[in-house]
Design a protein around this ligand. Structure first.
Ligand code: URA
Length: 434
């Protein structure tokens, strides 16, 4: 077999066998298939796509390209959650302690932010002392004894995805359904959970800009999960505006803590309840979604979820006092209030531009090696649907570097579309695929 023949076959729109896909993927990981041939292969997949069986095989091969985690020593059903990436998405920080407080063990491996989207691991590092890297023994011990652990992905989890993703990133082949689905699901399968809840973001701040393409992606991932014997469900959720009212690492941790105290923005709390309800149902902690929703809301009202968050911080070496004194999170001291240029309603927002604006302040990275400033970001005082008067504050920029401010302001102003008419209410959850 030669890489040329596999590329040609896919370029001509034919179905690839498992052996052919394996030959390309394992060859690329070993260095036998060079970047230029893998790039041509990915572009062929981009234009010719893959069917369900090819996608399943690709995912399985990538999932087994490195370590796989065995969660079986942890009693009970283990359920993972994954977001396809959004702006202001601090869901895991709230959801993990909520579901753990309800009795479902959380053994979570999370990622870092790239581009305009943030990542849980960067956010957690805004907590002084918090260790996002634990040995496997410590990770398992914490889940067994405390019902919760949140760590960064180990270096050798689905290394094929890591290498392929880096190439996709520079060859305009990110946004193809089979490639995204296999990339996400290979990591989820390798991470070992019995059930998977997917938060597929739709809208201006997401990879999938409309409901039709998000539904296709959700169906592809659910199909892969089920074929691998994992109960999988996907929620299609709104990313036409940032989630919650903050974007940027320390600011988002602060908002997550407020949400666990019952003082958070409604969209963040509701999304956590909806995702958590699916997790509790799959984990057989609740019989119905209604029962699960009630348990999750109660976990906030009773303070149990907040206590679980504090416990998580403590057992991973962080300073638990941040829960009572969020000023310890180190949010930047310089602020700039961006005022509305006119009267009207926030008709729509470009969530991606908000994410880019926060990145420009230093909150995100354009390259994996970039160092980020955890203390900067944006607090949104007005979001889609809100009425605003000329001169009223739209949002507050938290910054350290004066040179970065103007570009970020310009981008943010572009992100707001203010009109005289009030927009229609937007749904938070567009649908469920299972
Ligand atoms: N997130 C991933 O992990 N992979 C993709 O391809 C897209 C988003």
């Amino acid at each position: 077999m030669r890489p040329y023949d596999v590329i040609l076959k896919k370029r001509n729109g034919m179905e690839l066998s498992k052996e052919e896909i394996k030959f390309m993927v394992t060859g690329f990981v070993k260095g036998d298939v060079p970047d230029y041939q893998m790039a041509a292969f990915l572009m062929a997949v981009y234009f010719r796509h893959m069917n369900d069986v090819e996608r399943y095989n690709l995912t399985e091969i990538m999932a087994h390209s490195g370590d796989t985690i065995d969660l079986s020593p942890i009693p009970g059903i283990k359920v993972d959650k994954h977001s396809t990436g959004g702006v202001g998405d601090k869901t895991t920080l709230v959801l993990a302690p909520m579901v753990s407080a309800c009795g479902l063990p959380v053994a979570k491996m999370s990622g870092r932010g790239l581009g305009h989207t943030g990542g849980t691991i960067d956010k957690l590092e805004a907590i002084p002392g918090f260790r996002t890297s634990l040995s496997e023994e410590e990770f398992m011990k914490n889940v067994k004894e405390h019902g919760i652990a949140v760590v960064g992905q180990t270096a050798n989890l689905a290394p094929a995805d890591k290498k392929i993703y880096a190439l996709r990133d520079v060859t305009a082949t990110i946004d193809e359904i089979s490639l995204i689905a296999s990339s996400i699901m290979s990591k989820k399968l390798a991470a070992g959970a019995d059930g998977i809840v997917l938060d597929v973001k739709v809208g201006s701040g997401a990879f999938m800009k409309n409901i039709a393409s998000a539904t296709d992606l959700a169906r592809a991932m659910v199909d892969i999960g089920k074929r691998h014997g994992r109960e999988t469900v996907a929620l299609l959720t709104n990313m036409d505006r940032p989630l919650g009212n903050t974007v940027g690492n320390a600011l988002e941790v602060k908002e997550a803590i407020e949400t666990l105290k019952g003082n958070g923005p409604w969209d963040l709390e509701e999304l956590c309840v909806e995702l958590g309800a699916q997790m509790l149902r799959i984990g057989k902690i609740a019989q119905t979604l209604e029962e699960a929703r009630k348990m999750l809301r109660d976990s906030i009202k009773s303070g149990k979820a907040l206590n679980k968050f504090k416990e998580l911080v403590e057992i991973q070496g962080g300073d638990p006092r941040v829960v009572d004194d969020t000023s310890l999170l180190g949010v930047s001291s310089k602020t700039y209030e961006l005022k509305s240029p006119k009267d009207g309603y926030v008709y729509s927002m470009n969530a991606e531009e908000v994410g880019i604006s926060s990145m420009m302040l230093g909150a995100g990275r354009t390259k994996k090696e970039d160092k980020i400033d955890l203390s900067v970001g944006i607090e949104l005082m007005k979001k889609t649907g809100d009425e605003v008067k000329a001169g009223e504050t739209l949002c507050v920029l938290y910054y350290n570097d004066d040179k970065r401010l103007q570009e970020s302001i310009d981008t943010l102003l572009n992100a707001y579309d203010i009109k005289e008419v009030k927009p229609k209410e937007e749904k938070l959850v567009h649908g469920v695929v299972q």
